[in-house]
Design a protein around this ligand. Structure first.
Ligand code: HEC
Ligand code: HEC
Length: 281
């Protein structure tokens, strides 16, 4: 047991060292395209729901709720219809606070609340990568706001994580699951609100789209209601291939295509973290 544990740690450290040898653009691309799956909302989809790579990030899903009707807008470098004119500081403010350069807040569908925990280096890398996104001209519909809204607070994720914390496997898993906004979909919405303290990871959130209706699963370590009895390999397969423990194919909107590119070390960190989440039923 001890030896296996040691080997695991060595492999883990090697993987962490490899990760830090990435350039800022590579790190930014991995964050945007894999961990944070920005394209799941911001990239238009074809008839079968497949992302349209040639129009990547030029505007995607629409959300029609009692409080607002919004579309994930064009975030390519097009100066007129995208964010080509935004400064680095503008982009960072939007990501961390959900506030546009004109001072108007974005609806909380945009998961800014989950991004406050981004390390300074990762936030920089995301901005560097976004600046390399090919400009695509596409005017997204203007948002309509019907009621006032706030952005939720995510427990223990209100400020940037220290770089050193990413070397701790469970903390790294918490970090990745947070910026991957896993718990946005996996926490139920009750009367338009989520209780991230009491219902964190409980599942039961209903999502409708072109794929039909899906209800998110309980991903806490509860033995029968959650994924407590699953092996690490089964959890990893669900995240990266969209196959449940019983072999059932999981349905959108979880972005299995993006998650299929997770590094093995990051997947292991996420699983290690999920095992520490308080059980819910
Ligand atoms: C769950 C869906 C979703 C995800 C994931 C998501 N966004 Fe958004 N984003 C939106 C929506 C919807 C809006 C517009 C909300 C509104 O109009 O009030 C938005 C707004 C924005 C804006 C403001 C653009 C403008 O013109 O006002 C930027 C920039 C942005 N997102 C970047 C990102 C980046 C970068 C990521 C990944 C790190 C990301 N988003 C992930 C849904 C999402
Ligand atoms: C955009 C919403 C969304 C996001 C983001 C999301 N999920 Fe999911 N997830 C779902 C839905 C919905 C299901 C159930 C699909 C079904 O039953 O067909 C699911 C299923 C799962 C399952 C399988 C559970 C079971 O009982 O079959 C696991 C494990 C899982 N998600 C983990 C994660 C992790 C870890 C993350 C973050 C890296 C994540 N999810 C991000 C919506 C999401």
């Amino acid at each position: 047991m001890f030896r296996i544990g040691m080997l695991g740690t060595a492999a883990w450290l090697a993987a962490t060292a490899a990760a830090s040898a990435q350039t800022a653009v590579e790190r930014g691309s991995y964050l945007v395209n894999t961990v944070m799956s920005c394209g799941n909302c911001h990239t238009p989809k074809g008839a079968k729901g497949e992302p349209q790579a040639d129009k990547a990030f030029s505007g995607g899903l629409s959300f029609d709720t009692p409080g607002f009707k919004v579309t994930a807008p064009n975030i390519t470098q097009d100066p007129e219809t995208g964010i080509g004119k935004w400064s680095d500081a503008d982009i960072k403010r939007l990501l961390l606070e959900g506030v546009r350069p004109n001072g108007v807040s974005v609806a909380p569908i945009m998961p800014s609340a989950f991004y406050k925990v981004l390390t300074v280096r990762d936030l920089d890398a995301i901005v560097v990568y976004l600046k390399t996104v090919k400009p695509v001209k596409n005017q997204s519909p203007a948002p309509v706001y019907l009621t006032a809204f706030g952005h939720p607070e995510i427990p223990n994720a209100g400020k940037p994580m220290a770089e050193g914390d990413l070397r701790d496997q469970v903390k790294r898993g918490f970090y990745l699951a947070t910026i991957g906004h896993c718990f946005e979909c996996h926490t139920p919405m009750v009367k338009g609100q989520r209780d991230f303290v009491n219902d964190y990871g409980k599942g039961g959130f209903k999502m409708e789209g072109p794929w039909g209706e899906t209800i998110s699963a309980n991903i806490t370590p509860h033995q029968t209601k959650g994924i407590g009895a699953w092996t690490d390999a089964e959890i990893k397969r669900a995240i990266t291939q969209g196959i449940s423990r019983d072999g059932r194919r999981l349905r959108p909107p979880m972005d299995f295509g993006a998650y299929s590119k997770f590094t093995e070390a990051d997947l292991s960190a996420i699983v290690a973290y999920l095992r520490t989440v308080p059980q819910k039923e």
